[in-house]
Design a binder for this molecule. Structure first.
Ligand SMILES: [Zn+2]
Ligand SMILES: [Zn+2]
Length: 173
């Protein structure tokens, strides 16, 4: 019985040992592309107890995914810092992004939005602030249309009949 318990303990310990070594191998692969680093880490992970602890102390501080996202963040920040300040296309004077005309040479820079008066760049098709279509005709006044329809219906049954007929025609087509 004691023999069996000892065997079982040894088996669990061996399983744990292999599991830890396997984790070290996978962790090393996530942190390095270098086969020598991965191989050395795995060998270190195979040393019972001290190996994995030593690996935790000396492993690369961030995973390759973390390093990549940090690199992308730094690049985005750098390009944001390098960006050109807006300038007038005619006289190259520095202008603010919200200017409608250049204050130096009076060149028209932007058109105000019909909906919210925000300055719109000439290439925009929709206002980013109030979502109004810049190229579209003025919005259809739904309130006025409904009021007109209510007035029409209150006139009499003759109009109602005519309207019903028109609706049938519209549904048929
Ligand atoms: Zn100008
Ligand atoms: Zn707008």
């Amino acid at each position: 019985m004691l023999h069996l318990a000892l065997n079982l303990t040894l088996f669990v310990a061996a399983l744990f040992w292999l599991g830890v070594a396997c984790w070290v191998y996978r962790d090393a692969r996530r942190r390095s592309r270098d086969l020598r680093v991965i191989g050395a880490s795995t060998l270190l992970g195979l040393v019972p107890v001290a190996g994995p602890i030593g690996y935790l102390l000396i492993r690369p501080p961030e995973t390759r995914d973390e390093a990549k996202s940090r690199r992308i963040e730094v690049e985005a920040l750098e390009s944001w810092l390098r960006r050109e300040p807006p300038s007038c296309p005619t006289c190259r004077a520095g202008v603010d992004a919200s200017f409608l005309v250049c204050p130096v040479c009076t060149t028209r820079l932007k058109e105000p939005c019909a909906g919210c008066s925000a300055p719109l760049a000439p290439t925009w098709l929709v206002c980013p602030f109030c979502t109004l279509d810049v190229k579209a005709p003025p919005a259809y006044d739904l309130d006025a249309a409904l009021t007109a329809e209510a007035a029409l219906q209150s006139v009499g049954p003759r109009h109602n009949g005519k309207r019903a007929h028109r609706t049938q025609e519209a549904q048929a087509s």
